[in-house]
Design a protein around this ligand. Structure first.
Ligand code: HEM
Length: 314
């Protein structure tokens, strides 16, 4: 029930966010956006790619959490039937969702950004001048003054092919957009590429774990179990990097091509009030996360209860 509730809640939050990224189903009337189609507004062009990518990001996060906690229990008690069972489940599930998160869902999402938010696409891919046969940049260090990439490792033509299905397709570079319509270049490039690197790492780790499971060595290697434990926060980091890509990438717009962030603040709130509420929220969340980590550590230290161990041992 919690999973269903969270999914429904995510749907509506992502519908609102997606509308701000790719507004649809409205008409402008005296400077006001008025709704013309509820369906088009909800299912705007970025909604389904974002919803599927975000939901699978949550499933990857859940799989790594379950795998890491099971590994922590196994490090204390190699024989625990519960931890063996939950690790096996997390690895099989984790491999499937990690692959799907990148292909097709990550790929579809990137294609959609190429079509609907070309300035964001040029920034995240590090394409600073327009190109046919645009390369896919695997690694580079971005510089902003003037925009350029150094120490690039790239595959020629692959970006044009992945985005538009044609190696010779022209992709607009940052140079074709007015200077005050482009997003922060360094942050978008770095956050996007690190999210993708983490995505490939998740596939690699889960595939390795599945291979060890097949060979019967998954529960024994202490170093591999430690790798699973320290990987627990990485999908959370990938999610944060994803949101940085999406939100920094849509700047300078609050609503893409309609309302600038600079014009979107509430004039009846003072900067002090905003700061105070950020500080209060941060304190509340800090308190909650401390409580959560404390309870989690206590639960893991205690391990599965004897009745469940007995039930699964049979
Ligand atoms: C491995 C290949 C991946 C590709 C090609 C990819 C592609 C993308 C793209 C293009 C965006 C930006 C969308 C926008 O600006 O509107 C994005 C955002 C995002 N990504 Fe990824 N991603 C990948 C892996 C991951 C992984 C492994 C996670 C987390 C486990 C993740 C979580 C997110 C989140 C939470 C967002 C923000 C919400 C959204 O716009 O969908 N991504 N991703």
């Amino acid at each position: 029930m919690v999973a269903i509730g969270a999914t429904i809640s995510a749907f509506w939050i992502l519908a609102a966010n997606s509308w701000m990224q790719t507004p649809a189903g409205y008409t402008m009337n005296n400077g006001r956006a008025e709704l013309t189609s509820f369906y088009q507004a909800i299912f705007n062009p970025s909604m389904m790619p974002r919803f599927l990518h975000t939901m699978f990001a949550a499933l990857v996060t859940g799989a790594f959490f379950m795998a890491g906690i099971s590994a922590a229990v196994l490090l204390k008690n190699r024989a625990s039937p519960v931890a063996r069972y939950t690790l096996k489940l997390a690895v099989i599930f984790g491999l499937i969702v990690s692959v799907l998160e990148a292909f097709p869902f990550g790929h579809i999402h990137a294609k959609e950004v190429a079509q609907t938010q070309p300035a964001k696409f040029a920034a995240i891919e590090g394409l600073y001048s327009s190109r046919t046969q645009a390369p896919l940049v695997m690694f580079a260090i971005p510089f902003t003054q003037p925009p350029q990439l150094k120490a690039n490792m790239e595959i020629p033509g692959l970006l044009s092919w992945m985005a538009f299905g044609d190696m010779n397709a022209k992709i607009k570079g940052i140079n074709e957009f007015p200077a005050d319509d482009i997003p922060p270049l360094w942050l978008t490039f770095v956050s996007f590429h690190n999210m993708v690197v983490l995505g490939l790492y998740f596939i690699f780790v889960m595939a390795w774990a599945a291979w060890r499971l097949r060979r019967g060595s998954l529960f024994d290697g202490r170093r591999f179990l430690w790798l699973l434990v320290i990987s627990i926060p990485l999908p959370v980091a990938a999610c944060q990097l994803g949101w940085m890509t999406a939100e920094a990438g849509r700047q300078p717009w609050a609503v893409y091509n309609l309302l600038r962030t600079a014009d979107a603040f509430s004039s009846n709130l003072s900067a002090g009030m905003v700061l105070a509420s950020i500080v209060l929220f941060s304190l509340i969340y800090l308190l909650l996360i401390c409580l959560y980590l404390y309870l989690l550590a206590a639960k893991v230290r205690h391990g599965p209860d004897a009745a469940s161990e007995k039930e699964l041992a049979v």
